[in-house]
Design a protein around this ligand. Sequence first.
Ligand code: TRP
Length: 449
Amino acid sequence: MATSVAGESRAQFSSKIGFILAAAGSAVGLGNIWGFPTQAASNGGGAFLLIYLFMVFLLGYPLLVAELAIGRYSQANPIKSSGAIMPKGLAGSGRALAVVGLITASCILSFYAILAGWLLGFFISPLLEIVGFTEAATWLETFSTGRNLLLMGLFMAATIYIVKSGVAEGIERWSTRLMPVLVVLFLVLIAYIMTQSGAMAGLKMFLVPDFSQVDSGMIHSAMGQAFFSLSLGACTMMVYGSYLRKDADLPKTAGQVALIDTGIAFIAGLLIMPAMFVAQNNGVKIFDEAGNLESSGDLVFEVLPAMFETMGGAGLLVSIIFFALMVIAALTSSISLLEVPVSTASEELNLPRSTSSWLIGGVISVLSVAIIFNFGWLFDAVIVASTEYAQPILGVVFALLVGWVWKRDGLLSELRQGAPEMETSLFWKIWPWYVRVVCPAMLLFVFLS
Ligand code: TRP
Protein backbone atom coordinates (compact mmCIF):
# COMPACT_ATOMS: atom_id res chain seq x y z
CA MET A 1 0.00 0.00 0.00
CA ALA A 2 1.14 3.54 -0.68
CA THR A 3 -0.13 6.96 0.22
CA SER A 4 -1.62 9.17 -2.45
CA VAL A 5 -1.82 12.92 -2.87
CA ALA A 6 -5.17 12.69 -1.17
CA GLY A 7 -3.54 10.93 1.78
CA GLU A 8 -5.42 7.67 1.32
CA SER A 9 -3.72 4.32 1.31
CA ARG A 10 -3.92 2.79 -2.08
CA ALA A 11 -3.38 -0.45 -3.94
CA GLN A 12 -0.15 -1.02 -5.80
CA PHE A 13 1.39 -3.54 -8.12
CA SER A 14 3.48 -5.82 -5.95
CA SER A 15 6.67 -5.72 -8.02
CA LYS A 16 8.29 -3.90 -10.92
CA ILE A 17 8.08 -6.94 -13.13
CA GLY A 18 4.45 -7.34 -12.13
CA PHE A 19 3.82 -3.82 -13.31
CA ILE A 20 5.66 -4.33 -16.60
CA LEU A 21 3.70 -7.46 -17.35
CA ALA A 22 0.40 -5.86 -16.37
CA ALA A 23 1.07 -2.77 -18.48
CA ALA A 24 2.29 -4.95 -21.32
CA GLY A 25 -0.80 -7.07 -20.78
CA SER A 26 -2.89 -3.97 -21.27
CA ALA A 27 -0.95 -3.01 -24.36
CA VAL A 28 -0.87 -6.47 -25.91
CA GLY A 29 -4.30 -7.46 -27.11
CA LEU A 30 -6.52 -7.53 -30.14
CA GLY A 31 -4.74 -4.43 -31.36
CA ASN A 32 -1.58 -6.46 -31.82
CA ILE A 33 -2.96 -9.77 -32.92
CA TRP A 34 -6.01 -8.70 -34.89
CA GLY A 35 -5.63 -4.97 -35.63
CA PHE A 36 -2.00 -4.73 -36.61
CA PRO A 37 -1.82 -7.65 -39.07
CA THR A 38 -5.13 -6.64 -40.63
CA GLN A 39 -3.98 -3.06 -41.09
CA ALA A 40 -0.61 -4.15 -42.41
CA ALA A 41 -2.27 -6.51 -44.89
CA SER A 42 -4.59 -3.83 -46.22
CA ASN A 43 -1.95 -1.08 -46.28
CA GLY A 44 0.93 -2.53 -48.22
CA GLY A 45 2.60 -4.75 -45.61
CA GLY A 46 6.19 -3.71 -45.06
CA ALA A 47 5.61 -0.01 -45.66
CA PHE A 48 2.93 0.01 -42.97
CA LEU A 49 5.26 -1.85 -40.61
CA LEU A 50 7.95 0.80 -41.00
CA ILE A 51 5.63 3.73 -40.46
CA TYR A 52 4.06 1.95 -37.53
CA LEU A 53 7.46 1.45 -35.89
CA PHE A 54 8.20 5.11 -36.45
CA MET A 55 4.91 6.07 -34.78
CA VAL A 56 5.42 3.78 -31.80
CA PHE A 57 8.92 4.90 -30.93
CA LEU A 58 8.92 8.54 -32.00
CA LEU A 59 5.39 9.49 -30.98
CA GLY A 60 3.91 6.78 -28.76
CA TYR A 61 6.82 6.10 -26.44
CA PRO A 62 7.36 9.71 -25.28
CA LEU A 63 3.62 10.02 -24.65
CA LEU A 64 3.59 6.76 -22.73
CA VAL A 65 6.20 8.17 -20.34
CA ALA A 66 4.07 11.32 -20.00
CA GLU A 67 0.87 9.46 -19.15
CA LEU A 68 2.57 7.13 -16.69
CA ALA A 69 4.29 10.09 -15.01
CA ILE A 70 1.03 11.98 -14.46
CA GLY A 71 -0.55 8.95 -12.82
CA ARG A 72 2.39 8.04 -10.67
CA TYR A 73 2.95 11.59 -9.49
CA SER A 74 -0.36 11.83 -7.74
CA GLN A 75 -0.96 8.12 -7.19
CA ALA A 76 -4.63 8.78 -7.58
CA ASN A 77 -7.38 8.25 -10.13
CA PRO A 78 -7.25 10.18 -13.44
CA ILE A 79 -9.58 12.92 -12.23
CA LYS A 80 -7.39 13.71 -9.25
CA SER A 81 -4.16 13.16 -11.22
CA SER A 82 -5.05 15.49 -14.06
CA GLY A 83 -6.19 18.09 -11.58
CA ALA A 84 -3.02 17.72 -9.50
CA ILE A 85 -0.53 18.71 -12.21
CA MET A 86 -2.52 21.82 -13.15
CA PRO A 87 -1.96 25.22 -11.55
CA LYS A 88 -4.61 26.09 -8.95
CA GLY A 89 -7.09 27.92 -11.15
CA LEU A 90 -7.07 25.31 -13.91
CA ALA A 91 -7.58 22.15 -11.87
CA GLY A 92 -11.18 22.02 -13.09
CA SER A 93 -10.22 21.78 -16.74
CA GLY A 94 -7.69 19.07 -15.88
CA ARG A 95 -10.50 17.09 -14.30
CA ALA A 96 -12.80 17.67 -17.28
CA LEU A 97 -10.13 16.25 -19.53
CA ALA A 98 -9.93 13.11 -17.43
CA VAL A 99 -13.68 12.70 -17.80
CA VAL A 100 -13.24 12.69 -21.58
CA GLY A 101 -10.59 10.00 -21.06
CA LEU A 102 -12.99 7.90 -18.98
CA ILE A 103 -15.63 8.13 -21.69
CA THR A 104 -13.08 7.19 -24.34
CA ALA A 105 -11.98 4.13 -22.36
CA SER A 106 -15.62 3.08 -21.91
CA CYS A 107 -16.35 3.44 -25.64
CA ILE A 108 -13.26 1.41 -26.52
CA LEU A 109 -14.33 -1.34 -24.14
CA SER A 110 -17.82 -1.38 -25.66
CA PHE A 111 -16.55 -2.49 -29.08
CA TYR A 112 -13.60 -4.42 -27.73
CA ALA A 113 -15.91 -6.76 -25.82
CA ILE A 114 -17.80 -7.59 -29.02
CA LEU A 115 -14.62 -8.49 -30.88
CA ALA A 116 -13.23 -10.44 -27.96
CA GLY A 117 -16.55 -12.26 -27.75
CA TRP A 118 -16.01 -13.57 -31.27
CA LEU A 119 -12.66 -14.96 -30.18
CA LEU A 120 -14.37 -16.60 -27.26
CA GLY A 121 -16.74 -18.19 -29.77
CA PHE A 122 -13.85 -19.57 -31.79
CA PHE A 123 -12.39 -20.96 -28.59
CA ILE A 124 -15.58 -22.68 -27.42
CA SER A 125 -16.70 -23.91 -30.84
CA PRO A 126 -14.12 -26.71 -31.33
CA LEU A 127 -14.81 -27.89 -27.79
CA LEU A 128 -18.50 -28.25 -28.66
CA GLU A 129 -17.55 -29.99 -31.86
CA ILE A 130 -15.52 -32.57 -29.99
CA VAL A 131 -18.50 -33.49 -27.80
CA GLY A 132 -20.77 -33.67 -30.83
CA PHE A 133 -22.73 -30.37 -30.69
CA THR A 134 -21.92 -29.56 -34.30
CA GLU A 135 -24.85 -27.22 -34.81
CA ALA A 136 -24.08 -25.13 -31.76
CA ALA A 137 -20.43 -25.06 -32.81
CA THR A 138 -21.33 -23.64 -36.21
CA TRP A 139 -23.72 -21.12 -34.63
CA LEU A 140 -20.88 -19.79 -32.47
CA GLU A 141 -18.74 -19.16 -35.53
CA THR A 142 -21.45 -17.53 -37.62
CA PHE A 143 -22.30 -13.84 -37.41
CA SER A 144 -25.68 -13.22 -35.77
CA THR A 145 -27.13 -10.79 -33.28
CA GLY A 146 -27.86 -13.55 -30.81
CA ARG A 147 -24.37 -14.91 -30.93
CA ASN A 148 -22.82 -11.47 -30.64
CA LEU A 149 -24.95 -10.67 -27.59
CA LEU A 150 -24.23 -13.93 -25.81
CA LEU A 151 -20.48 -13.87 -26.35
CA MET A 152 -20.10 -10.18 -25.57
CA GLY A 153 -22.02 -10.75 -22.32
CA LEU A 154 -19.77 -13.65 -21.33
CA PHE A 155 -16.61 -11.72 -22.06
CA MET A 156 -17.83 -8.64 -20.22
CA ALA A 157 -18.77 -10.74 -17.20
CA ALA A 158 -15.24 -12.18 -17.08
CA THR A 159 -13.77 -8.68 -17.31
CA ILE A 160 -15.97 -7.39 -14.50
CA TYR A 161 -15.12 -10.39 -12.36
CA ILE A 162 -11.37 -9.77 -12.57
CA VAL A 163 -11.56 -6.02 -12.07
CA LYS A 164 -13.77 -6.54 -9.04
CA SER A 165 -10.94 -8.54 -7.45
CA GLY A 166 -8.57 -5.58 -7.42
CA VAL A 167 -5.10 -4.71 -8.62
CA ALA A 168 -2.60 -7.26 -7.32
CA GLU A 169 -4.99 -10.17 -6.85
CA GLY A 170 -6.87 -9.70 -10.11
CA ILE A 171 -5.07 -7.69 -12.72
CA GLU A 172 -1.45 -8.45 -11.90
CA ARG A 173 -1.91 -12.11 -11.25
CA TRP A 174 -3.74 -12.69 -14.51
CA SER A 175 -1.42 -10.60 -16.60
CA THR A 176 1.81 -12.23 -15.46
CA ARG A 177 0.80 -15.82 -15.93
CA LEU A 178 -0.07 -16.21 -19.53
CA MET A 179 1.92 -13.70 -21.54
CA PRO A 180 4.93 -16.04 -21.93
CA VAL A 181 2.69 -18.90 -23.07
CA LEU A 182 1.26 -16.66 -25.76
CA VAL A 183 4.69 -15.92 -27.20
CA VAL A 184 5.77 -19.56 -27.24
CA LEU A 185 2.63 -20.67 -29.03
CA PHE A 186 3.06 -17.94 -31.61
CA LEU A 187 6.61 -19.07 -32.33
CA VAL A 188 5.51 -22.68 -32.75
CA LEU A 189 2.77 -21.65 -35.17
CA ILE A 190 5.14 -19.45 -37.17
CA ALA A 191 7.55 -22.37 -37.53
CA TYR A 192 4.66 -24.49 -38.80
CA ILE A 193 3.24 -21.97 -41.24
CA MET A 194 6.64 -21.39 -42.81
CA THR A 195 6.71 -25.01 -43.96
CA GLN A 196 3.49 -24.51 -45.96
CA SER A 197 3.48 -23.45 -49.58
CA GLY A 198 2.58 -19.83 -50.17
CA ALA A 199 4.05 -18.66 -46.86
CA MET A 200 7.04 -16.94 -48.44
CA ALA A 201 4.84 -14.59 -50.46
CA GLY A 202 3.23 -13.44 -47.22
CA LEU A 203 6.55 -13.03 -45.50
CA LYS A 204 7.82 -10.97 -48.40
CA MET A 205 4.77 -8.73 -48.33
CA PHE A 206 5.25 -8.14 -44.61
CA LEU A 207 8.98 -7.49 -44.64
CA VAL A 208 9.68 -5.84 -48.00
CA PRO A 209 8.17 -2.35 -48.00
CA ASP A 210 6.25 -1.17 -51.03
CA PHE A 211 6.39 2.60 -50.67
CA SER A 212 3.92 3.21 -53.47
CA GLN A 213 1.25 2.35 -50.89
CA VAL A 214 2.16 5.20 -48.54
CA ASP A 215 -0.43 7.97 -48.37
CA SER A 216 -1.86 10.24 -45.70
CA GLY A 217 -4.68 7.82 -44.89
CA MET A 218 -2.20 5.07 -44.19
CA ILE A 219 -0.09 7.33 -42.01
CA HIS A 220 -3.19 8.26 -40.02
CA SER A 221 -4.07 4.58 -39.62
CA ALA A 222 -0.55 3.76 -38.45
CA MET A 223 -0.75 6.52 -35.87
CA GLY A 224 -4.16 5.39 -34.64
CA GLN A 225 -2.87 1.83 -34.45
CA ALA A 226 0.17 2.90 -32.41
CA PHE A 227 -1.99 4.82 -29.92
CA PHE A 228 -4.40 1.94 -29.64
CA SER A 229 -1.74 -0.67 -29.21
CA LEU A 230 0.09 1.25 -26.49
CA SER A 231 -3.22 1.95 -24.70
CA LEU A 232 -2.58 5.70 -24.86
CA GLY A 233 -4.96 8.60 -24.59
CA ALA A 234 -7.68 6.90 -22.57
CA CYS A 235 -6.24 7.30 -19.05
CA THR A 236 -5.39 3.59 -18.92
CA MET A 237 -1.68 4.16 -18.56
CA MET A 238 -2.37 7.00 -16.15
CA VAL A 239 -4.26 4.61 -13.89
CA TYR A 240 -1.61 1.92 -14.19
CA GLY A 241 1.06 4.55 -13.52
CA SER A 242 -0.76 5.45 -10.34
CA TYR A 243 -0.26 1.89 -9.09
CA LEU A 244 3.45 1.90 -9.95
CA ARG A 245 6.01 2.04 -7.15
CA LYS A 246 7.99 5.23 -6.76
CA ASP A 247 11.32 3.45 -7.13
CA ALA A 248 10.61 2.29 -10.69
CA ASP A 249 12.52 4.01 -13.49
CA LEU A 250 9.75 5.46 -15.66
CA PRO A 251 11.51 5.95 -19.02
CA LYS A 252 13.06 2.50 -18.77
CA THR A 253 9.83 0.81 -17.73
CA ALA A 254 7.89 2.52 -20.50
CA GLY A 255 10.55 1.42 -22.98
CA GLN A 256 10.20 -2.18 -21.89
CA VAL A 257 6.44 -2.05 -22.24
CA ALA A 258 6.68 -0.49 -25.71
CA LEU A 259 9.22 -3.10 -26.82
CA ILE A 260 7.14 -6.04 -25.63
CA ASP A 261 4.05 -4.59 -27.26
CA THR A 262 5.71 -3.95 -30.59
CA GLY A 263 7.53 -7.27 -30.49
CA ILE A 264 4.24 -9.12 -30.16
CA ALA A 265 2.60 -7.14 -32.95
CA PHE A 266 5.58 -8.00 -35.15
CA ILE A 267 5.38 -11.68 -34.27
CA ALA A 268 1.63 -11.66 -34.97
CA GLY A 269 2.39 -10.19 -38.40
CA LEU A 270 4.92 -12.95 -39.01
CA LEU A 271 2.15 -15.45 -38.43
CA ILE A 272 -0.90 -13.83 -39.98
CA MET A 273 0.54 -12.51 -43.24
CA PRO A 274 2.07 -15.84 -44.31
CA ALA A 275 -1.08 -17.64 -43.06
CA MET A 276 -3.13 -15.44 -45.39
CA PHE A 277 -1.22 -16.53 -48.42
CA VAL A 278 -1.21 -20.16 -47.35
CA ALA A 279 -4.98 -19.98 -46.96
CA GLN A 280 -5.24 -18.42 -50.42
CA ASN A 281 -3.13 -21.24 -51.77
CA ASN A 282 -5.63 -23.63 -50.25
CA GLY A 283 -8.56 -21.99 -52.00
CA VAL A 284 -9.76 -19.45 -49.41
CA LYS A 285 -10.60 -16.17 -51.12
CA ILE A 286 -8.47 -13.46 -49.52
CA PHE A 287 -8.03 -10.82 -52.22
CA ASP A 288 -10.58 -9.67 -54.80
CA GLU A 289 -9.75 -9.16 -58.49
CA ALA A 290 -8.43 -5.65 -57.84
CA GLY A 291 -6.02 -7.06 -55.25
CA ASN A 292 -7.86 -5.57 -52.26
CA LEU A 293 -8.55 -7.58 -49.14
CA GLU A 294 -11.94 -9.28 -49.36
CA SER A 295 -13.14 -8.51 -45.86
CA SER A 296 -10.46 -6.97 -43.76
CA GLY A 297 -12.50 -7.12 -40.54
CA ASP A 298 -12.84 -10.88 -40.59
CA LEU A 299 -9.36 -11.55 -41.88
CA VAL A 300 -8.10 -13.24 -38.77
CA PHE A 301 -11.30 -15.23 -38.39
CA GLU A 302 -11.06 -16.54 -41.96
CA VAL A 303 -7.37 -17.11 -42.22
CA LEU A 304 -6.57 -18.75 -38.92
CA PRO A 305 -9.29 -21.40 -38.96
CA ALA A 306 -8.24 -22.18 -42.55
CA MET A 307 -4.70 -22.66 -41.34
CA PHE A 308 -5.78 -24.90 -38.46
CA GLU A 309 -7.76 -27.07 -40.86
CA THR A 310 -4.62 -27.86 -42.82
CA MET A 311 -3.09 -29.30 -39.68
CA GLY A 312 -5.42 -32.28 -39.52
CA GLY A 313 -6.31 -33.68 -36.10
CA ALA A 314 -3.71 -31.58 -34.31
CA GLY A 315 -5.33 -28.49 -35.80
CA LEU A 316 -8.31 -28.78 -33.51
CA LEU A 317 -6.14 -28.79 -30.42
CA VAL A 318 -3.89 -26.00 -31.67
CA SER A 319 -6.93 -23.90 -32.52
CA ILE A 320 -8.36 -24.34 -29.02
CA ILE A 321 -5.08 -23.31 -27.43
CA PHE A 322 -4.60 -20.42 -29.83
CA PHE A 323 -8.00 -18.88 -29.28
CA ALA A 324 -7.76 -19.44 -25.53
CA LEU A 325 -4.60 -17.36 -25.52
CA MET A 326 -6.23 -14.70 -27.69
CA VAL A 327 -9.09 -14.44 -25.21
CA ILE A 328 -6.60 -14.08 -22.39
CA ALA A 329 -4.66 -11.40 -24.25
CA ALA A 330 -7.95 -9.60 -24.79
CA LEU A 331 -8.88 -9.97 -21.12
CA THR A 332 -5.65 -8.43 -19.84
CA SER A 333 -6.50 -5.45 -22.08
CA SER A 334 -10.20 -5.20 -21.31
CA ILE A 335 -9.56 -5.21 -17.58
CA SER A 336 -7.25 -2.22 -18.03
CA LEU A 337 -10.04 -0.41 -19.87
CA LEU A 338 -12.67 -1.15 -17.24
CA GLU A 339 -10.22 -0.27 -14.47
CA VAL A 340 -10.21 3.38 -15.61
CA PRO A 341 -13.85 4.27 -14.84
CA VAL A 342 -14.13 1.74 -12.02
CA SER A 343 -11.18 3.03 -10.01
CA THR A 344 -12.38 6.58 -10.51
CA ALA A 345 -15.93 5.85 -9.50
CA SER A 346 -14.89 3.88 -6.43
CA GLU A 347 -12.67 6.69 -5.23
CA GLU A 348 -14.68 9.73 -6.25
CA LEU A 349 -18.11 8.40 -5.31
CA ASN A 350 -16.89 6.28 -2.43
CA LEU A 351 -18.43 3.12 -3.82
CA PRO A 352 -17.18 -0.34 -2.92
CA ARG A 353 -15.06 -1.74 -5.74
CA SER A 354 -17.43 -4.58 -6.51
CA THR A 355 -20.44 -2.25 -6.77
CA SER A 356 -18.70 0.11 -9.15
CA SER A 357 -17.35 -2.81 -11.22
CA TRP A 358 -20.81 -4.26 -11.79
CA LEU A 359 -22.44 -0.88 -12.21
CA ILE A 360 -20.01 0.53 -14.76
CA GLY A 361 -19.49 -2.82 -16.45
CA GLY A 362 -23.26 -2.96 -16.80
CA VAL A 363 -23.52 0.50 -18.35
CA ILE A 364 -20.77 -0.33 -20.86
CA SER A 365 -22.53 -3.60 -21.72
CA VAL A 366 -25.64 -1.61 -22.57
CA LEU A 367 -23.50 0.42 -24.95
CA SER A 368 -22.23 -2.82 -26.51
CA VAL A 369 -25.81 -4.02 -26.93
CA ALA A 370 -26.65 -0.79 -28.76
CA ILE A 371 -23.69 -1.36 -31.06
CA ILE A 372 -24.71 -4.95 -31.75
CA PHE A 373 -28.23 -3.89 -32.73
CA ASN A 374 -26.85 -1.17 -35.03
CA PHE A 375 -23.82 -3.07 -36.11
CA GLY A 376 -23.77 -1.88 -39.72
CA TRP A 377 -22.84 1.70 -38.98
CA LEU A 378 -22.22 2.04 -35.26
CA PHE A 379 -19.42 -0.49 -34.86
CA ASP A 380 -17.05 1.28 -37.23
CA ALA A 381 -18.19 4.70 -36.12
CA VAL A 382 -17.33 4.02 -32.47
CA ILE A 383 -13.96 2.55 -33.46
CA VAL A 384 -13.03 5.51 -35.64
CA ALA A 385 -14.23 8.15 -33.19
CA SER A 386 -12.48 6.64 -30.19
CA THR A 387 -9.26 5.34 -31.70
CA GLU A 388 -8.52 7.66 -34.60
CA TYR A 389 -9.68 10.88 -32.99
CA ALA A 390 -10.24 10.82 -29.22
CA GLN A 391 -7.13 8.82 -28.33
CA PRO A 392 -4.51 10.72 -30.34
CA ILE A 393 -5.98 14.07 -29.38
CA LEU A 394 -6.13 13.24 -25.68
CA GLY A 395 -2.67 11.70 -25.81
CA VAL A 396 -1.23 14.88 -27.15
CA VAL A 397 -3.20 17.08 -24.76
CA PHE A 398 -1.66 15.10 -21.90
CA ALA A 399 1.73 15.70 -23.50
CA LEU A 400 1.03 19.42 -23.68
CA LEU A 401 0.09 19.41 -20.01
CA VAL A 402 3.28 17.61 -19.09
CA GLY A 403 5.40 19.79 -21.38
CA TRP A 404 3.93 23.23 -20.78
CA VAL A 405 1.83 23.23 -17.65
CA TRP A 406 3.49 20.89 -15.20
CA LYS A 407 6.30 22.68 -13.38
CA ARG A 408 9.65 21.47 -14.63
CA ASP A 409 11.05 20.86 -11.13
CA GLY A 410 8.01 18.83 -10.19
CA LEU A 411 8.34 16.73 -13.29
CA LEU A 412 12.05 16.20 -12.77
CA SER A 413 11.66 15.19 -9.16
CA GLU A 414 8.95 12.73 -10.14
CA LEU A 415 11.15 11.05 -12.75
CA ARG A 416 14.18 11.17 -10.48
CA GLN A 417 12.59 8.96 -7.84
CA GLY A 418 13.29 5.83 -9.80
CA ALA A 419 16.26 7.18 -11.72
CA PRO A 420 18.59 9.30 -9.56
CA GLU A 421 20.81 10.25 -12.53
CA MET A 422 17.85 11.69 -14.43
CA GLU A 423 18.94 15.32 -14.52
CA THR A 424 22.16 14.59 -16.40
CA SER A 425 20.68 11.90 -18.65
CA LEU A 426 20.18 12.12 -22.38
CA PHE A 427 16.51 11.38 -21.83
CA TRP A 428 16.03 14.53 -19.75
CA LYS A 429 17.89 16.63 -22.34
CA ILE A 430 15.54 15.58 -25.11
CA TRP A 431 12.20 14.44 -23.75
CA PRO A 432 10.77 17.62 -22.13
CA TRP A 433 10.99 19.75 -25.26
CA TYR A 434 10.16 16.76 -27.41
CA VAL A 435 6.75 16.30 -25.76
CA ARG A 436 6.27 20.07 -25.75
CA VAL A 437 6.92 20.66 -29.41
CA VAL A 438 7.64 17.62 -31.54
CA CYS A 439 4.76 15.36 -30.46
CA PRO A 440 2.04 18.00 -30.93
CA ALA A 441 3.59 19.06 -34.24
CA MET A 442 3.62 15.48 -35.51
CA LEU A 443 -0.01 14.99 -34.59
CA LEU A 444 -1.05 18.24 -36.19
CA PHE A 445 0.81 17.27 -39.32
CA VAL A 446 -0.94 13.92 -39.54
CA PHE A 447 -4.36 15.47 -39.03
CA LEU A 448 -3.84 18.30 -41.49
CA SER A 449 -2.45 16.10 -44.24
N1 TRP B 1 -3.88 -1.88 -26.28
C1 TRP B 1 -4.87 -2.88 -26.27
C2 TRP B 1 -4.76 -3.71 -27.55
O1 TRP B 1 -3.86 -3.55 -28.30
C3 TRP B 1 -6.26 -2.34 -26.10
C4 TRP B 1 -6.37 -1.35 -25.00
C5 TRP B 1 -6.28 -1.59 -23.67
C6 TRP B 1 -6.53 0.02 -25.14
N2 TRP B 1 -6.38 -0.40 -23.00
C7 TRP B 1 -6.55 0.59 -23.87
C8 TRP B 1 -6.66 0.81 -26.25
C9 TRP B 1 -6.68 1.96 -23.71
C10 TRP B 1 -6.80 2.15 -26.07
C11 TRP B 1 -6.79 2.73 -24.83
O2 TRP B 1 -5.58 -4.54 -27.81
